[in-house]
Write a protein of this length. Sequence first.
Length: 94
Amino acid sequence: MNTYFDTCTTLDEAKSLWKRLCRENHPNIGGDLRTMQDINAAYADFLTHFAKSEARTRQQTAHEGGKKSAADFHDMDEVGEAIREMINFALSLE
């Protein structure tokens, strides 16, 4: 698996990096289609894992306060996969 977004710790960092990589590698401006597909897949993976991680953090915080969170009512792996599918669909509309 590629490591384009391994150093990103926030959504803003990932989005900024994704935009830069798009400007450098988009096929419409001389870049390679396969590279751009790899970048988009890595970005989708980052967003999926980030969303699941954030949900689990909110769940842990809620439990520490004696409350429940949305993650208590949903399978976060399924939610993450649904997010990934939506991102891949949106990226394929370019």
